[in-house]
Design a protein around this ligand. Structure first.
Ligand code: PD2
Ligand code: ZN
Length: 285
């Protein structure tokens, strides 16, 4: 997120001290042409802790050394309606790490179509080698996967527009949607989605910067197992067809949140299909 210049930072602090309402200040900032996401972010950051947004003191993120910044996403309504008319419900939120689950992010028909359009191009999933940045096969990841390029099909465009809207990030900051299929004990052992601060990571951050947000969309119901697990905070999110898991892990100082360590637990019965969208700091092309 973009920090505003010193004059705006001082203006925010001065007006908070004078007792101005943040809603009024937001109005002034929007009229001045500041993007809403940037305005809210700066209001939360420069209001001397007087913001009503989250500022936990003993979260896993804090204990692991990540400074959680207030997020305004998903704070206000329980039901979201995206511009294309999809009605979704916020059914879970955690402030630090910043995790939200939305029900009905996609329709059943969209989930089925995405799986059908991917089935013929699946190949063994790989992981990134920390040292070289190369993609390599590894026991830690036993799924089959494929990618769509940005905007590849009308359905992909619809989903990408929805993701852009709920995350308040430009479509062009997203990597292409990845589809994963797990069967028979298939899993993805705990890892971070952000790139390591090592040579192998820098190969990837050179374009588009760091990954900052992940959205995992569950494309089917799984008979047993297959939860997305966050071992540092003992959280398990179970797949539910059409629902989406959102988590973010990057702050304005460039820190990444180690409490977002996560994995895909083994699928014990049936199969699991997901779509993953990773979002970068900047345009990714
Ligand atoms: O399949 C999952 O639940 C899962 C778990 C961890 C997917 C990813 N990471 C991912 O696609 O990054
Ligand atoms: Zn992951």
């Amino acid at each position: 997120m973009k920090l505003l210049d010193k004059a705006w930072q001082d203006w925010i602090q001065r007006n908070i001290e004078r007792g101005c309402l943040q809603a009024d200040m937001l109005g002034v900032m929007l009229k001045a042409g500041i993007l809403e996401s940037t305005a809210r972010f700066n209001l939360a950051t420069f209001s001397n802790g007087t913001t009503t947004a989250s500022s936990p003191t003993d979260s896993a993120s804090d204990l692991l050394g990540y400074r959680q910044e207030a997020s305004y996403l998903f704070q206000h309504e329980n039901t979201l309606v995206t511009r294309d008319g999809q009605i979704m419900q916020v059914v879970f939120r955690l402030d630090a790490p910043d995790i939200v689950v939305l029900d009905n992010f996609m329709t059943g028909a969209e989930c089925d179509a995405l799986c059908a359009q991917s089935a013929s191009t699946l190949s063994k999933s790989k992981v990134i080698d920390d040292k070289t940045g190369a993609s390599i096969a590894h026991d830690a990841r036993s799924s089959q996967g494929t990618y769509f390029s940005l905007g590849q099909t009308p359905l992909v465009q619809t989903i990408e527009a929805r993701i852009s809207e709920i995350t308040d990030t430009p479509v062009v900051n997203g990597e292409g949607i990845q589809i994963l299929n797990y069967v028979d004990g298939g899993e993805y052992r705990p890892h971070f989605d952000y790139f390591p601060d090592k040579d192998g990571g820098r190969v990837h951050t050179a374009k588009g910067g760091q990954r900052i947000i992940t959205v995992i969309m569950y494309l089917n119901d799984v008979a047993a197992g297959g939860a997305t697990i966050f071992p540092n905070i003992n959280l398990n999110i179970y797949p539910k067809k059409g629902s989406a898991l959102y988590f973010s892990y990057f702050n304005s100082t460039g820190q990444v949140d180690p409490a977002t360590l996560h994995g895909g637990a083994p699928v014990l019965a049936g199969e699991k299909w997901i779509a993953t969208k990773w979002i970068r700091e900047r345009e990714y092309r």
